[in-house]
Design a protein around this ligand. Structure first.
Ligand code: APR
Length: 178
């Protein structure tokens, strides 16, 4: 099984043990993938999130998935893009690492991510992709769990950005390992 892959799809349909949610710091829902996940999960998700009392940017909180096929949701507020000089890359990397650490702590084997911060929060996907991939691959190198991580891109354009970043940064290593 590939430990990491990039797909085009709707993360609310994912059957992974956990899906990550590109949330905001209130954790009380929003538009974009946050809105889609809350709509698909049903009102119990909002009730569970209310009890969490918010989450700082770059950290993650876990809830059940309720009506989602995914058993859990990893809520993580990504950084708002402000030009790149306000620590956005470090905060974005922290979102991915925090979600993966939480999944590993809960013994979860499969995690699907959306492209955090690259929608409403304005993070250019060509800049976000290498940050996300380095954070994910770095965590997987050091940890046996999760066994499988997927980037679920909503559009072919987003997937192309992640595939380009993959080819630039990792394809060489992979071919060396063959
Ligand atoms: N499945 C997978 N990806 C999706 C889906 C979906 N159903 N819907 C949207 N996306 C993608 C977007 O195309 C984008 O690539 O998720 C990525 C993240 O975009 P946003 O959802 O806008 O999230 P973000 O940029 O992190 O902004 C977060 O938006 O929805 C609010 O409450 C949220 O305030 C927070 C902010």
């Amino acid at each position: 099984m590939e430990r990491f892959s990039i797909l085009v799809g709707d993360i609310t349909l994912s059957d992974a043990e956990a899906i990550a949610n590109a949330a905001n710091t209130t954790l009380l829902g929003g538009s974009g993938v946050d809105g889609a996940i809350h709509r698909a999960a049903g009102p119990e998700l909002l009730e569970a999130c209310r009890r969490l009392g918010g989450c700082p940017t770059g950290e993650a909180r876990i809830t059940k998935g309720f009506r989602l096929r995914a058993g859990h949701v990893l809520h993580t507020p990504g950084p708002i893009w402000r030009g790149g000089g306000e620590g956005e890359a470090a905060l974005l990397a922290s979102c991915y690492r925090s979600c993966l650490a939480l999944a590993a702590e809960h013994g979860l084997r499969t995690v699907d991510f959306p492209s955090i911060s690259t929608g409403v929060y304005g993070y250019p996907v060509s800049l976000a992709a290498p940050v996300a991939l380095r954070a994910i691959m770095g965590f997987l190198e050091d940890n046996p769990l999760p066994e499988r991580v997927r980037m679920i891109c909503h559009t072919e354009e987003t997937a192309a950005a992640y595939r380009q970043a993959w080819n630039m940064w990792f394809a060489g290593e992979a071919s060396e390992k063959l």
